[in-house]
Write a protein of this length. Structure first.
Length: 90
Protein backbone atom coordinates (compact mmCIF):
# COMPACT_ATOMS: atom_id res chain seq x y z
CA UNK A 1 0.00 0.00 0.00
CA UNK A 2 1.33 3.49 -0.79
CA UNK A 3 2.98 5.63 1.86
CA UNK A 4 2.51 9.41 1.91
CA UNK A 5 4.19 12.40 3.53
CA UNK A 6 1.74 15.18 4.39
CA UNK A 7 2.93 18.71 5.07
CA UNK A 8 0.59 20.61 7.40
CA UNK A 9 1.27 24.32 7.80
CA UNK A 10 0.36 25.14 11.40
CA UNK A 11 1.88 28.42 12.62
CA UNK A 12 3.37 27.94 16.08
CA UNK A 13 3.23 24.13 15.87
CA UNK A 14 6.55 23.90 17.70
CA UNK A 15 5.04 25.76 20.65
CA UNK A 16 2.07 23.41 21.08
CA UNK A 17 1.95 21.91 24.56
CA UNK A 18 1.98 18.15 25.17
CA UNK A 19 -1.71 18.41 26.04
CA UNK A 20 -2.49 20.17 22.76
CA UNK A 21 -0.52 17.58 20.79
CA UNK A 22 -2.40 14.84 22.63
CA UNK A 23 -5.71 16.47 21.67
CA UNK A 24 -4.68 16.71 18.02
CA UNK A 25 -3.60 13.06 18.12
CA UNK A 26 -6.89 11.99 19.67
CA UNK A 27 -8.85 13.86 17.00
CA UNK A 28 -6.77 12.22 14.27
CA UNK A 29 -7.20 8.75 15.75
CA UNK A 30 -10.96 9.28 16.07
CA UNK A 31 -11.24 10.15 12.38
CA UNK A 32 -9.02 7.21 11.44
CA UNK A 33 -11.28 4.80 13.33
CA UNK A 34 -14.28 6.11 11.34
CA UNK A 35 -12.46 5.82 8.02
CA UNK A 36 -11.46 2.21 8.63
CA UNK A 37 -8.28 0.16 8.50
CA UNK A 38 -7.23 1.18 4.99
CA UNK A 39 -5.62 4.38 6.29
CA UNK A 40 -2.94 4.29 8.97
CA UNK A 41 -0.99 7.04 10.70
CA UNK A 42 2.67 6.01 11.08
CA UNK A 43 4.24 9.05 12.78
CA UNK A 44 4.55 12.82 12.65
CA UNK A 45 7.37 15.32 13.03
CA UNK A 46 6.61 18.70 14.63
CA UNK A 47 8.72 21.69 13.54
CA UNK A 48 8.36 25.40 14.28
CA UNK A 49 5.46 26.07 11.90
CA UNK A 50 4.68 22.73 10.28
CA UNK A 51 3.83 19.15 11.09
CA UNK A 52 5.04 16.47 8.68
CA UNK A 53 2.96 13.29 8.88
CA UNK A 54 3.61 9.86 7.44
CA UNK A 55 0.53 7.85 6.48
CA UNK A 56 -0.19 4.60 4.69
CA UNK A 57 -3.30 4.74 2.52
CA UNK A 58 -4.59 3.35 -0.77
CA UNK A 59 -4.87 6.81 -2.33
CA UNK A 60 -4.45 10.54 -1.83
CA UNK A 61 -8.22 11.10 -1.66
CA UNK A 62 -8.45 9.17 1.62
CA UNK A 63 -5.67 11.36 3.05
CA UNK A 64 -7.66 14.44 2.01
CA UNK A 65 -10.82 13.02 3.60
CA UNK A 66 -8.98 12.45 6.88
CA UNK A 67 -7.75 16.07 6.83
CA UNK A 68 -11.22 17.38 6.03
CA UNK A 69 -12.97 15.40 8.76
CA UNK A 70 -10.27 16.20 11.32
CA UNK A 71 -10.08 19.89 10.50
CA UNK A 72 -6.38 19.59 9.68
CA UNK A 73 -4.61 21.36 6.82
CA UNK A 74 -3.01 19.15 4.18
CA UNK A 75 -0.98 21.72 2.29
CA UNK A 76 1.07 19.14 0.43
CA UNK A 77 0.56 15.40 -0.03
CA UNK A 78 3.42 13.47 -1.61
CA UNK A 79 3.56 9.76 -2.33
CA UNK A 80 6.80 8.17 -1.15
CA UNK A 81 8.55 6.53 -4.10
CA UNK A 82 11.54 5.10 -2.23
CA UNK A 83 13.05 5.06 1.24
CA UNK A 84 16.77 5.49 1.80
CA UNK A 85 18.89 5.53 4.93
CA UNK A 86 22.56 4.95 5.85
CA UNK A 87 22.18 1.23 5.07
CA UNK A 88 21.39 2.18 1.46
CA UNK A 89 25.01 3.33 1.12
CA UNK A 90 26.38 -0.13 1.93
Amino acid sequence: MPKYVIEREIPGAGDLTPEQLKGISQTSCGVLSKLGPQIQWVESFVTDDKIYCVYIAPNEQLIKEHASQGGFPANSISEVKAIINPVTAE
